[in-house]
Design a protein around this ligand. Structure first.
Ligand code: PHE
Length: 472
């Protein structure tokens, strides 16, 4: 694949080799821990089919609108999020670039810590399958002693961060595109394979019904379901973190932004729904067998690192293999998402300080290790450091849950009211056929999206004042 230099189209900026590579990269960013772990447990908590239907409706309306907006901003400015708004001729909105850069800069370090946890579980299952090692017989004890260990979480985070940085150093085409070409098909086939395996387990029908059939009694408050689905959509589509702006800045003018946005949203939602098929039936089966009842399904964030390993342990000889397959899948999903966030940070450093890529990667790598160590040690040696009474990782997670809707809201206000939706509509029609849904887009970005975003923001602020997000 050739590195295309688009003269007259942003100077020597790298670009994707085509529409497919772009959609794959954006989908790889979107498909992550949010799809594999957060979506299934939210669906189980908020009434199965009701949540799934709400999520589908939101991601195909609000999600696609925001994706189109961010990608078009990036492609028009040919800059990463930090400098995009100024480059478009709105220096007063430069602060929005700063906010959209701060968000991934602070999410990335703790995302890498969780990535490190996944590395640890992957290694533990690989050890069980290939080396006959054990350790995961009591998953709760394993998890508790691992996150509180003096060095383990830090070392695993460093491994995860380094691998991500190596991919980024290799560049947009040779690094990001090529690694996606390997990891994404593996991820998809494994997810489909595991979902099919689970569907054939005796008694799986009960769990599939639990997942799909709308249960209106467990969603007494429909507002909560909508807000839950919206927050999830946001996180899952990697919105408001500058990622889609940066990735859009590498997009070729001849490719269609709306078509790409719809494909990204569909791919992301497909994998989210598929993970429910993979996870919910086994957890329901386990809950019935072990008498754990609804608590097993409602385990929230602990589902992936405690409940699922318990499920695998109960499956006999197949358990370690399934655990290994599952954590390979999660590892790839986490890597591709971390890669996109690292790229957004690196691109911002390159565009702002006008330094080379390698120098920017070195800066981001050091940053991640330094800031990430606060979260990595947060359950162990530095557990006495509890900002607002929560472990460091929970604190970062909660603050980001508030900052992301703020950034998205400001982006909508910028596009809808300051720069004008016409700027984006013109960019969408820059090549190929005219974008026919200009009016709809204008309505979405001026009214629909900001009102929904304001609602998420209000609910997040209320939630954060009371509880932390990640407590396991
Ligand atoms: N979208 C990713 C997921 O679903 C998470 C993510 C958030 C990735 C922000 C990059 C940036 O897990």
């Amino acid at each position: 694949m050739r590195l295309e230099q688009q003269s007259g189209d942003g100077g020597g900026r790298a670009s994707w080799s085509g529409q497919f590579a772009f959609v794959l990269a954006a989908a790889a960013s979107a498909i992550g821990l949010g799809n594999l772990w957060r979506f299934p447990y939210l669906a189980a908590r908020y009434g199965g089919g009701v949540f799934i239907a709400t999520y589908l409706a939101l991601s195909l309306t609000l999600g696609v609108t925001l994706l189109i907006t961010e990608i078009a901003l990036g492609r028009r400015s040919r800059q990463s999020q930090l400098t995009a708004f100024r480059t478009l001729g709105y220096p007063r909105w430069g602060f929005l670039g700063v906010i959209s850069t701060i968000i991934p800069m602070f999410i990335l370090p703790y995302y890498n810590v969780i990535g490190g946890w996944v590395v640890k579980y992957f290694a533990a299952y690989a050890g069980m399958v290939f080396g006959g090692c054990s350790g995961l017989e009591d998953p709760q004890a394993f998890f508790d002693s691992f996150i509180a260990a003096p060095w383990d979480p830090f070392a695993c985070m460093c491994v995860f961060t380094l691998v991500t940085c190596v991919v980024i150093v290799m560049g947009v085409k040779n690094g990001i595109e090529k690694s996606n070409m390997v990891m994404m098909p593996v991820l998809l086939f494994m997810a489909i394979g595991l979902a099919v395996y689970v569907a054939f387990l005796p008694g799986a029908g009960e769990g599939i019904r639990y997942y799909l059939v709308p249960d209106f009694s467990s969603c007494d408050n429909i507002g909560k379901v909508v807000l839950g689905a919206m927050g999830q959509m946001f996180y899952s589509l990697s919105l408001a973190m500058g990622i889609m702006i940066t990735y859009g800045s590498y997009m070729r003018r001849c490719d269609s932004v709306p078509r790409a946005a719809v494909r990204i949203a569909v791919a992301d939602t497909f994998v989210a729904v598929l993970s429910g098929f993979m996870i919910i039936p086994v957890v329901v089966l386990f809950a019935a067998k072990s008498g754990a009842g609804r608590a097993a399904i409602d385990a929230g964030p602990g589902l992936m690192f405690v409940t699922l390993p318990k499920v695998f342990a109960s499956l006999g000889a197949a358990g370690p293999w399934l655990g290994l397959a599952f954590f390979v899948l999660v590892l790839f999903a986490a890597f591709t998402s971390a890669i996109s966030m690292t790229e957004a940070c690196v691109a911002a450093v390159c565009d702002f300080f006008r330094v080379g890529r390698n120098a920017a990667v070195a800066v981001i790598c050091v940053w991640c290790v330094a800031v990430g160590s606060v979260s990595a040690f947060g359950y162990g040696r530095w557990s006495s450091f509890r900002p607002f009474g929560m472990p460091a990782l929970d604190f970062f997670d909660s603050s980001m849950n508030v900052l992301t809707p703020v950034a998205a809201l400001l982006i909508c206000i910028f596009v809808g009211w300051a720069a004008g939706a016409r700027t984006i509509v013109r960019e969408l029609s820059a090549s190929g056929p005219r974008f026919g849904a200009g009016r709809l887009y204008r309505f979405m970005v001026r009214w629909f999206a900001p009102l929904l975003l304001a609602a998420i923001l209000a609910s997040e602020v209320c939630r954060c004042l009371k509880i932390g997000g990640w407590s396991i």
